[in-house]
Design a protein around this ligand. Structure first.
Ligand code: FES
Length: 149
């Protein structure tokens, strides 16, 4: 596993290694767990133990389109929870999940830095603001149709 080869094969680097793998691939797959355990010479169950302890580590692959729902103060006041609910209804996924077709994943994040546009989501880093239900679902549909082309 190329990405962690710079690390000394010492157990104290385990968390660092998992972080590096997640940065590289966006999540920790079963194969990555095996590779990490092999690299450090420790049982896979130990790597899984660390993974389950820290909420920051993701076990599912992110979607092709990564939706970040801003829940900073301005967006919260302007209805970020409604925005999230519209996405939950439309996509059938909740925070931290990925749709079965692998197209969309969603996570709630802190301020995206464009509060005057609240409520805001970003999709693969592109910001969409002043959202209402119709506008949001149209944006999602556009991405969905892109995925089918
Ligand atoms: S609070 Fe949402 S962009 Fe700042």
């Amino acid at each position: 596993m190329e990405v962690i080869k710079s690390l000394e094969k010492d157990r104290s680097n385990l968390i660092k290694a998992i972080q590096m793998v997640q940065e590289e691939y966006g999540y920790i797959s079963d194969k990555s767990i095996e590779n990490i355990s092999e690299y450090f010479g420790i049982p896979t169950v130990e790597v899984e133990g660390v993974l389950s302890f820290y909420a920051q580590f993701k076990r599912t692959a992110p979607g092709e389109y990564k939706i970040a729902v801003c829940d900073g103060t301005a967006c919260h006041i302007k209805g970020s929870s409604r925005v999230k609910n519209w996405l939950v209804e439309d996509l059938g996924i909740d925070d931290g999940e990925t749709t079965e077709d692998g197209l969309f994943s969603m996570e709630t994040v802190a301020c995206l830095g464009c509060c005057s546009l609240a409520p805001v989501v970003s999709i693969n880093g592109k910001v969409y603001g002043k959202l209402d239900r119709e506008k949001l679902l149209k944006i999602i549909d556009d991405y969905r149709n892109r995925g089918e082309n």
